[in-house]
Design a protein around this ligand. Structure first.
Ligand code: SF4
Ligand code: SF4
Length: 245
């Protein structure tokens, strides 16, 4: 049965436990960092951070300063554009496990040229994949595949102390997401679920998506719109044909 995350940002305190647990489990290296005057650290996803708690501060319509936290990660898209594009360049570089719905970047991504890796990156409507420029490996959240297939929770979900990070059967997560949305809307009438039909990491937002992160919802005007998606495939296809020529 496909799985999903439900990420209830209305509960997030930006403790960054999820971010650290992810690094620990995957034995990812530390980042060189510095104080930049924001709670968000490091500044962006990178090959050593598959999970990043984004921080946005802004003033709302009635002059109240709002802090929004967004524990960013791969959405494990139901039809992943990254895989659709990678398959046309190098089959097997990106896989989707039908049982869990996990989208997995393999060691084969090292064989992608820098240009092709960039094409794969640009196909992601959520700006998630990153490439290690030394090894060529592309990486991102794995859904803690080895934990999940052993009956355990993803590390980020296991450590979250507030109930923000949830994980389970996709249908159950959608049900929980809609239940929480109805509750949260009583306080935040503009609350919404971000692209719930297309992703397996469903975010509940209490504010407009742009007040969290540029890519909080799909960058496409209509998420995963078929016409736009097919049009987007033209770019890598042209590159593949150019390489063949
Ligand atoms: S969020 Fe991006 S990297 Fe993750 S499955 Fe979707 S397209 Fe691929
Ligand atoms: S562990 Fe939970 S509360 Fe802490 S930053 Fe991550 S999602 Fe938010």
């Amino acid at each position: 049965m496909p799985k999903a995350f439900f990420i209830d940002t209305s509960r997030c305190t930006a403790c960054r436990g999820c971010q650290l647990a992810c690094k620990e489990w995957h034995e990812l290296p530390t980042n060189k960092t510095k104080q930049r005057g924001t709670h968000q650290n490091p500044p962006d996803l990178n090959p050593g951070n598959y999970k990043l708690v984004r921080f946005n501060e802004h003033m709302d319509d009635i002059g109240v300063v709002r802090w929004n936290f967004f524990p960013d990660q791969c959405r494990h898209c139901v039809v992943p554009p990254c895989k659709e594009v990678a398959d046309m360049i190098l089959e097997g570089a990106i896989l989707r496990d039908d049982t869990t719905g996990a989208v997995l970047f393999t060691d084969k991504t090292k064989q992608l040229s820098a240009d092709d890796a960039q094409v794969v990156r640009e196909s992601c409507p959520y700006d998630i994949p990153r490439r290690n420029e030394e090894t060529g490996l592309m990486s991102k959240c794995t859904m803690c595949f080895e934990r999940v297939t052993s009956g355990m929770l993803p590390a980020c979900v296991k450590v979250c102390p507030t109930g923000t990070m949830n994980f389970g059967e996709r249908e159950a997560m959608l049900e929980l997401a809609n239940k929480r949305l109805a509750e949260v809307k009583k306080t935040f009438p503009n609350a919404m679920l971000a692209d719930p039909d297309f992703t397996s990491a469903i975010f509940l937002l209490t504010d407009a998506p742009e007040n969290y992160h540029t890519y909080a919802v799909a960058a496409a005007p209509e998420p995963m719109d078929r016409k736009r998606f097919l049009a987007g495939l033209g770019k890598p296809l042209r590159r593949v044909f150019a390489n063949l020529g």
